[in-house]
Design a protein around this ligand. Sequence first.
Ligand code: SAM
Length: 217
Amino acid sequence: MDRDRELAASRERMLSDDLVGRGIRDAAVLRAMREVPREKFLPPGMEQYAYEDSPLPIAEGQTISQPYIVAYMVEALELRGRERVLEIGTGSGYAAAVLSLCAAEVYTVERIPLLAETARERMKSLGFRNVTVHLGDGTMGWPDHAPYDAIVVTAGAPDVPVELTEQLAPGGRLVIPVGATPYLQELVRVRRPAEGELRRENLCAVRFVPLIGEQGW
Ligand code: SAM
């Protein structure tokens, strides 16, 4: 088997065992996870690990998230395809690419210049045209394009930043890891109903790198 066929086979194994096998059901999410080539978001020489269900190191001491968690978080946003989405923590750009196939527009914020620049070039070369990468402190959101139908944070916060809930459209969902220590969190979903108070629910335990910034660590 040549390399491309091997990667395609391990991508299919990931879909059936790690995603469908663990309860991911959203057809659009599964289609996106099948279409986005995770190997293209990894540092050189790591392609063979692309479809293992684990986070992997990228540059600057950061990580690309585990495929199951990416799929789980995107599914938890309940996207139907027409939404404007904000992601905090671009990292490699992999989750932004998955989001771009499930929503209309994706805005993604990264605080580390090298990662933001690499992700921006990657989006261009791989043809993910509805993704815009911004360098900045994502704990403050990105007010220029608010309100967002969905916001996802891919780093662990000490609490839910109020700036993010304020940038959520009525009916919008925010999915964010929240924890009392920087490396262990509970994944939380916050809904902004059309009227009334924010509604918050705990989804599952997760382990992310810390969200660093004014409203982070
Ligand atoms: N979504 C990424 C992917 O698909 O590769 C994985 C993200 S990695 C687990 C977390 C990222 O959040 C890191 O790249 C880190 O630099 C970034 N980050 C941490 N604090 C941030 C902040 N305040 N604003 C923007 N990005 C932040």
